[in-house]
Design a protein around this ligand. Sequence first.
Ligand SMILES: [Zn+2]
Ligand SMILES: [Zn+2]
Length: 265
Amino acid sequence: MRMVSIASGSSGNCIYIGSESTHILVDAGISNKRIEQGLNEIGLKGGEMDGILITHEHSDHIKGLGVLSRKHHLPIYGTQATLDEIASTASLGAIDRELLHPIFPDVDFSLGDLTIKAFSIDHDAADPVAYRVKNGERTVAVATDMGHFDSYIIEHLEGLDAILLESNHDVRMLETGPYPYYLKRRILGDKGHLSNENAGRLLSYILHDNMKKILLGHLSRENNYEELAYETVRLEIDEGECPYGASDFSISVAHRDRMSEIVHV
Ligand SMILES: [Zn+2]
Ligand SMILES: [Zn+2]
């Protein structure tokens, strides 16, 4: 299985996951042009996608969805409340209702040889989810836009071979930065975003011998930067309770405006 972040960050998200025969996108929050360019770089085309999984309706996750799904008639998967929000987002243009397929948290569904499970996350959207995707014995997950994590989240991120995990902001940069007070509270709140520190703490719970790759993603443009996310997460792992050190794992940062490395598991 392969996983590539075409773009990841508060300005737009689109992650490719696929096997030899089945290809999906998680979110389409950048322009259709950029999505197609990204897919071309890994030898694929938009029309070869088997579906688009949507985590939630915020524009950094759906901006390119209208054009992409219309152009190739691609099915869209999301919770019913997310699909309702998408259907009423005028800026996406008309989306054929037949393309909208409701999925349910904690219930497996299949696309080709991929088995997909959505699970609920706390975020200020209608009914947001994260996804884990399995092919044979391998499983990867995309988990972003999480206000906090608890035992339910940890359980759903166990046994992964690779993960793209939110590492949104540095708490101090956010607190002292230019955002208005209400926005700071929103981001730091239970339905906001996972800080670098919390990403490291969450990883401490889910690291195991076979975790092959950790991509840190959904970095804030104003309140984070790649080196800081990387170093803070590593420090949390090293100083935390888990039996591993950060150097036991391959960790890198998914970029805001270009492709990540290709993760093979
Ligand atoms: Zn969001
Ligand atoms: Zn987002």
